[in-house]
Design a protein around this ligand. Structure first.
Ligand code: SF4
Ligand code: SF4
Length: 464
């Protein structure tokens, strides 16, 4: 088939659960490609020599290379091709915002029909989980021990690359399961914990050790890790686990939650399952404040927990929403009411509990420092919505407890650990940091990219 004929082929859609089935439970919404669908989608790829799609991928996956192997039915090899750059294809195929990354720069996006790179990557990642390839020869052990603090995407990516380089890696995790935001933040219907578990298992098989229920800064300290315990380097991948609140009246009323707490109870602590006794409020009339993936996840989780109505309040328009397009579409299909250009001004209580939220309508003014148009309040536009639960999903910042990890380490006024931009080393010799804790890594794949960069820097340090 020549390029002209390929360009006439239509994209293969992802099969999804029906809306009524979706909102009745937490099963994954997207069903994945069949082999036939994956090959049909892969057929559309033009195998461009310059492959502009690769420029959109933060870890530079060889996209035409793996798609070509899918075309030929060589799925395990396609998986290994992706794993040269990204150890987590089943995760990234599901959660990367492809429409802003690899698919945005695909040549076929000009016709509105980019290759569904994420769907193909997910297919290949799931294939590797079902048919794990044999481990091929490993690098000779260096005998050097590296500690990774935090088992979110940045920590896991660094651990994988450091293990590949022959170092003996231990990942320390404060919670009882590894995965960080992948397991406490992203719901089952978008990224099953089992999928995360399988991709972490592949790291364990490479020799990475994971110690859960261990808080560095309390259970053990960084000086102890570098001293008596004998680690030669430490990588701090602490993430950004402290929720940001709105700072408005009534925010302390029972019934107002951070998305972080709400989603952790539901995802990690399994509050949606009858066989777990994790308490969670099941609101009847719920508002969620925010416009990102966390806000969409909160809305859709509240619906699945039985809410009669879920309203999203977002102070800008749909065009400025940072959430993935697919999550926005799924939320709308499932019945979330989008109230755009609306901001809450205070929460109102009755009998000591949340009873309503007062809001103000907005219009868009000049762009702010983020480049997005600033919302400006419309005077006299106040209105009130009766609710019994509010979930605040307006972002997260570095946990103030990060300073306990290594007293005296330099941090900026927002708590970000200050690192050398080249080496990612902190102000303490042998201690490196990356991911959200140094600021600016917004997506899972950007955090993975950071972890990989840190692993290269640590390897160079250990070999110097
Ligand atoms: Fe696209 Fe993410 Fe895969 Fe990169 S890792 S090719 S951005 S889906
Ligand atoms: Fe294939 Fe699109 Fe990449 Fe070209 S730009 S190689 S069509 S995925």
């Amino acid at each position: 088939m020549d390029a002209k004929e390929r360009m006439k082929l239509e994209p293969v859609p992802m099969r999804e659960r029906d809306v009524s089935e979706r909102v009745a439970g937490f099963e994954e919404v997207n069903r994945g490609y069949s082999e036939q669908e994956a090959r049909a989608e892969a057929e559309r790829c033009l195998q461009c020599k310059k492959a502009p799609c690769r420029e959109g991928c933060p870890v530079d996956v060889d996209i035409p290379g793996f798609i070509c192997l899918v075309c030929e039915g060589r799925y395990a090899e396609a998986g290994l091709k992706i794993k040269e750059s990204n150890a987590f294809p089943a995760i990234c195929g599901r959660v990367c915002p492809q429409e802003r990354q690899c698919q945005a720069t695909c040549v076929l996006s000009k016709q509105g029909k980019p290759i569904n790179i994420g769907y193909l990557e997910r297919f290949v990642g799931d294939y590797l989980i079902e048919y794990p390839p044999e481990q091929v020869g490993s690098t000779a052990p260096t005998g050097k021990k590296v500690a990774v603090v935090g088992s979110g995407p940045a920590g896991l990516a660094a651990a994988g690359d450091l293990a590949k380089a022959g170092h003996q890696v231990t990942v320390f995790e404060a919670l009882h399961e590894p995965g960080g935001v992948l397991i406490y933040g992203i719901p089952e219907f978008r990224l099953p914990n089992l999928t995360v578990g399988h991709e972490i298992q592949a790291l364990l098989e490479m020799g990475v050790q994971v110690r859960t229920n261990t808080i560095i800064g309390r259970t053990l300290t960084v000086p102890e890790l570098l001293g008596v315990i004998g680690f030669k380097a430490v990588f701090l991948a602490l993430g950004a686990g402290a929720p940001i609140f709105l700072g408005i009246e009534g925010e302390n009323l029972p019934g107002v939650f951070s998305a972080n707490e709400f989603l952790t109870r539901v995802n990690l602590m399994r509050a949606f399952r009858d066989d777990y006794d994790t308490p969670v409020q099941r609101g009847r009339n719920v508002v969620v404040i925010g416009g990102g993936n966390v806000a969409m996840d909160s809305c859709r989780s509240a619906l699945r927990l039985g809410a009669d109505s879920v309203t999203l309040l977002y102070r800008r328009t749909r065009a400025e929403m940072p959430a993935r397009i697919e999550e926005v579409r799924h939320a709308e299909e499932e019945g979330v009411d989008f109230q755009l250009l609306v901001a809450p001004t205070r929460f109102l209580g009755r009998d000591g509990r949340l009873a309503a939220v007062e809001c103000l309508r907005m219009e868009l003014g000049e762009p702010d420092e983020s480049g997005r148009r600033r919302p400006v309040p419309l005077e006299g536009s106040e209105f009130t919505v009766e609710i019994d639960q509010a979930i605040v999903a307006v972002g997260a910042r570095v946990n103030p407890s990060a300073r306990l990890v290594m007293p005296g380490m330099s941090q900026d006024e927002r708590g970000h650990i200050i690192v050398d931009p080249e080496t990612l080393m902190t102000s303490v010799e042998g201690v490196f940091a990356g991911g959200d804790v140094i600021g600016g890594e917004e997506t899972v794949i950007e955090a993975l990219s950071h972890g990989r960069r840190a692993a290269r820097a640590i390897d160079e340090y250990l070999n110097s």
